[in-house]
Design a binder for this molecule. Structure first.
Ligand SMILES: Nc1ncnc2c1ncn2[C@@H]1O[C@H](COP(=O)(O)OP(=O)(O)OP(=O)(O)O)[C@@H](O)[C@H]1O
Length: 231
């Protein structure tokens, strides 16, 4: 995997949350994410996992250090440039699905394409419909979130994250609200979609069992990487 260029490259990244008492949270993080990575970030509560994911996904800024996304120096960009890059390169999955209740399954899954200014009618439609069929939601394209089970909603959120064909999908406890059977299904489906589209995938979790599906395990302790293993 090291032979290809990293999609995300972080060098000497530090994060301090400013406040009455500044809180240093990440220390000297060097991390490369490669195409084909299916990485889990493990660590105790408060170890900095979400902070690291948010910085990697350009949702938050580092206090110091270098970050590159496919060779583009993020730390030299202004907020608008970072937002454009984020919309173009990244997909996100959160613990709760955040589907919009007044839009049906297809419209929700297509939302990132709409935000990028494409209409619902373009070529994204076929691609997203195919992914929804892959996650066994082909019969539910016209259903509303309130008409779906928790696992079905989260599968729509997974498809939505991949709708724009992002280079990287970042997920923060994506299965945290699901039971263990649905978790296994959702993870298997994510892996299928990821392999089909060649996306890199990075997931924050508390759950050591998630390492079974991953091909890379990164562990944080007190804001430092203490393990980075490939399988
Ligand atoms: N906006 C903020 N302002 C100040 N401190 C923050 C902020 N966000 C997070 N922190 C602190 O940074 C540390 C790391 O938080 P982070 O959410 O990254 O940890 P985590 O490993 O994801 O934890 P969890 O598993 O509980 O979600 C914690 O001590 C937290 O209190």
């Amino acid at each position: 995997m090291e032979t290809s260029e990293p999609v995300i490259k972080m060098v000497g990244v530090n994060k301090v949350y400013e406040g009455v008492v500044p809180t240093p949270v990440l220390f000297d993080i060097d991390l490369n994410i490669y195409p084909g990575d299916f990485a889990v970030i493990l660590g105790k509560s408060g170890s900095g996992k979400t902070t690291l994911l948010n910085i990697a996904g350009l949702l938050d800024s580092a206090t110091s250090g270098r970050i590159e996304v496919e060779g583009r120096a993020v730390h030299e960009m202004d907020e608008d440039q970072r937002a454009d890059l984020r919309r173009m390169f990244f997909g996100f999955i959160f613990q709760f699905h955040h589907l919009l209740p007044d839009f049906d399954v297809m419209e929700n899954a297509l939302m990132p394409c709409r935000i990028r200014g494409k209409s619902f009618e373009d070529e994204a439609f076929e691609r997203v419909a195919e992914m929804l069929r892959m996650v066994e939601l082909g019969e539910k394209l016209k259903s509303y979130p309130s008409q779906l089970s928790g696992g079905q909603r989260q599968r729509v959120a997974v498809v939505r994250a991949f709708a724009n064909q992002p280079r990287v999908v970042l997920a923060d406890e994506p299965t945290g609200s699901l039971d263990s059977k649905t978790t296994v299904q959702v993870l298997a489906l994510m892996k299928d979609i990821m392999q089909k589209f060649g996306t890199a995938f990075v997931m924050v979790t508390h759950d050591e069992a998630m390492t079974d599906v991953a091909n890379r395990v990164i562990e944080l302790k007190d804001g430092r990487i203490v393990r980075d293993e490939k399988k």
